[in-house]
Design a protein around this ligand. Sequence first.
Ligand code: SAM
Length: 313
Amino acid sequence: MGRASKDKRDIYYRKAKEEGWRARSAYKLLHIDDAFDIFSGVRHVVDLCAAPGSWSQVLSRRMYLPAVAAGCAAEELPKIVAVDLQPMAPIEGVTQLQGDITSEATARQVISHFQGHHADLVVCDGAPDVTGLHDVDEYVQGQLILAALAIVTAVLTPGGTFVAKVFRGRDVALLYSQLKIFFPDVTVAKPRSSRNSSIEAFVVCRRYAPPPGFEPAQLRALLHSSWKSFGPEAQHSALMRQLVPFLACGDLDGWDADASYDLPAEGYISLPPVQPPTAPAYRRAVEALKGAAAHGSSLSEQAVAPKGSHEAT
Ligand code: SAM
């Protein structure tokens, strides 16, 4: 699809470029904040699965840059730590780590940045490369959230907030019940900027309160016990009956992510992306194509195995 037709079909893609956001996802976090005021009183934040960085940009613009403008001393400035598998171009006030959040080493690295203090907010917009097999995609997405939860239980301050992307599939109630072990207040939010056609939504988990005596090392066992009580034989268990409120957020009279909007009749210029990918998945394929052309061989003779991409942001 050409850039102009994408501008027409996706108003948030167009607006993101106009307003300097690296991805249209920025609006999802902004719409969640409109409804839940998640940044209020927040000084330390972790942004998990952060590339290409539009949520980190929101955190920087909403927290870090105003504090700088207000003349805060260095030690008073908000601390923002962002992690992703992919490298990210720098963002003012954001410490970046490259790693897999499901690995213990990455979790330790994140935690090490919070020595002596806690995070007030952890956000996770993680998404695996979707396969189109809904059960598999939902499962892998669930695993990402549980990895994020392991980091949350190590860094989040009691009373803090955790926001994470979920896929609302068949078994999402299990995930809600697991989150409820740690957060008395869990709401599912569907921002206006998230397409209705997408099964994605965001859990907004507030008032972090781990069970009495909880140690992060117990997380796996605790989650496993909630899973055991969730099988088909437990259809009527208390866990299955956990109800989680659902909130559509963002201005309902505002831009509709599912609608096409005509391009301005005059003065319209399709803008380039704010931040081209630093390590795009297609780079190896392009290099292989060039190599094949130079040697007069076909691409099928070259080993090309592109890795994950940011297509869905
Ligand atoms: N919030 C980002 C923004 O606003 O720019 C967009 C995030 S994008 C939808 C999903 C990201 O999850 C991708 O950049 C991907 O690399 C990352 N991701 C997926 N699995 C991951 C993992 N295991 N560890 C770290 N990052 C992961």
